[in-house]
Design a binder for this molecule. Structure first.
Ligand code: XMP
Length: 435
């Protein structure tokens, strides 16, 4: 690792990730560590040019006062801590802010003038470093990767491919609940364009059979998740000599799992559930990156825009958007309607603006007229929302003519559908998905 680093010690401030992102946006690498890091642990980190203690001394987390090990101040590394006597620099950071630019401005002098850090954190350097590290970790052994086509797994695949080529085995499981054209684009990009070793498994029948008649959303999720692990395991057993499992873990997954100081926001799950006898070591080359950096890394590695800027898509896929017990006709309707929505959003430039947009087909019918006769068919519900962290969400105010055009196309092109609705509900009280 050649790049300089600013270490942030976590005193329970919620803004630490904003501070880390701001420093990286200045071109200097930064990572967050627990407040009680030892001097030895600190010394083991490469090229530490400065330390930021955010939250101030004598912070209280869950009723317990915590502070930094005082020896940290004696290491000859500039320390910035608002309101602490021993700190070299006591610039106060803007409070309660998500504004990366404001934090950048507040930290610039400390990072460059006080710490003399060099702005050498950039994607080409990151990729070169990771390629070296992956080669060192893996040697000439094989790495298995579940490639869903999501941003994180796609970028990991591209990075591992650059590092170890044919020793990367990607497995793409099509559970039959993918969006239109999605599995095809995974095959096109990774197998045809990048020449990756890609195993494609069409498990549609297997999943749909298991899901037959199952209406409870959590039960559906359990079946899809469990079956996914079984299919992946079967493929894993067919490949000889695999010792490593590639994973698209990214930095927010690690930070949100909670350092010793920060409260756990959500627990982070690996591809859990693989049988006991299948022990792999993990390769997680994106574990230091924020989401926007993961996208920049993907672009630098030559992945297409649509893959790198893909909107979030739940693991159970269209399975939770075809409400109740999944039937093939409704699944087809939700897939076709979703494809129309995506096409029209892209034409209107909304694909770059709206965080998540999709269609839902519920398991009830309504009366309509078609060809002068009574019809009794499914409705399609459109949902388009904006959010920062998916914990709360607001509805996108899509222009009326765009909605009318999408409605017209859905009613003309999608079979078994006679009505289109727009979901106006924020989260809360609704959730983003319907199941
Ligand atoms: P909700 O519906 O809880 O969704 O407001 C929040 C975000 O999470 C996604 N989501 C899932 N992602 N597996 C996933 O990988 C799931 O079972 C799942 N359920 C919801 C949802 O698409 C939204 O972005």
């Amino acid at each position: 690792m050649k790049q300089d680093m600013i270490v942030i010690l976590d005193l329970g401030s919620h803004e630490n990730t904003v501070v880390a992102r701001a420093i990286r946006a200045l071109g200097v690498y930064s990572e967050i560590y627990p407040h009680d890091i030892t001097v030895e642990e600190l010394k083991a980190l490469p090229n530490v040019k400065g330390i930021i203690i955010n939250g101030g001394p004598n912070n209280v987390v869950d009723g317990v006062a915590i502070d930094i090990n005082p020896a940290i101040y004696e290491q000859g590394i500039p320390v910035m801590a608002a309101g602490h006597d021993k700190a070299l620099c006591a610039v106060k950071l803007p409070e309660f802010t998500n504004d990366v630019d404001a934090v950048k401005a507040a930290l610039k002098d400390f990072v460059f003038d006080t710490c003399k850090a060099e702005a050498n954190w950039n994607m080409p350097n990151f990729i070169n470093d990771q390629v070296e590290l992956i080669k060192k970790q893996v040697g000439n052994k094989k790495v298995l990767l579940a490639l869903s086509g999501g941003v994180d797994s796609s970028v990991v695949a591209a990075l591992l491919l650059k590092a170890i080529g044919d020793n990367l085995i990607c497995v793409h499981v099509n559970h039959g609940l993918m969006r239109k054209g999605e599995s095809e684009s995974v095959i096109e990009v990774f197998k045809n364009q990048l020449n990756a070793n890609l195993v494609y498994v069409d498990a549609t029948e297997r999943f749909l059979t298991k899901l037959e008649g199952v209406a409870d959303p959590e039960q559906k999720r359990k079946i899809i998740g469990g079956e996914f692990i079984r299919v992946f395991e079967e493929e894993a057993r067919k490949v000889d000599g695999v010792e490593f499992l590639g994973q698209g873990t990214i930095y927010p997954d690690i930070v949100e799992s909670g350092t010793k100081t920060a409260k756990v926001v959500k627990s982070h799950h690996n591809v859990g559930g693989l049988p006991e006898d299948m022990k792999f070591s993990l390769v997680e080359p994106l574990r230091q990156l924020f989401k926007d950096e993961v996208r920049a890394c993907g672009l630098e590695l030559g992945l297409p825009d649509y893959m790198v800027y893909r909107q979030p898509f739940p693991g159970p896929g269209l399975g939770v958007r075809c409400l109740g017990a999944i039937t093939r006709d409704r699944l087809e309707a939700v897939r076709e309607a979703d494809a129309i929505l995506r096409e029209e959003f892209a034409k209107a430039g909304l694909d770059k603006k709206v965080w998540q947009y999709f269609t839902i087909v519920p398991d009830f019918k309504s009366v309509g007229v078609r060809d002068n006769a009574r019809s009794f068919e499914w409705p399609v519900i459109i949902r388009a929302i904006n959010t920062v962290d998916a914990m709360t969400a607001t509805v996108e105010q899509v222009d009326w003519p765009i909605l009318l055009k999408i409605t017209d196309r859905i009613l003309k092109e999608v079979k078994n559908v006679n009505r289109v609705c727009y979901d106006m509900s924020p989260k809360p009280s609704a959730t983003i998905e319907w199941e």
